[in-house]
Ligand binder design. Sequence first.
Ligand SMILES: [Zn+2]
Length: 120
Amino acid sequence: MPNRRLTKDELSGLALPLLSHIREKIVSLSRGDVQLAWAIRRKIYKELSFDERRKPPQRKKLKAQKRKEQGNKCALCGGELTARYAVLDRIEAMGGYTKENTRLIHRDCDDDYQRSKGYT
Ligand SMILES: [Zn+2]
């Protein structure tokens, strides 16, 4: 299933006004304190990314489960995974980081796969 994308009307009528609202709210809440505005913006950014990607300890745990389940082999090429630089890949982006929707793959295999799909 392809990723859900916003329609032109959803983008202009929903997402962009919400983004403007958040930006205005950060400015008003920080009352000219540039460092506070930065800290609020960073916190909002992080929390929203966790909404999509889950928190790092959850991803780390899932990565370890997938490594064990796959016998430490890359799900794409079947080669041995290194201790680092393995990518927890979502089979469908909208499916989230669940056991059923992820696979552990080499970073290079991920790059090749992304390129073959036209994502990079
Ligand atoms: Zn591989």
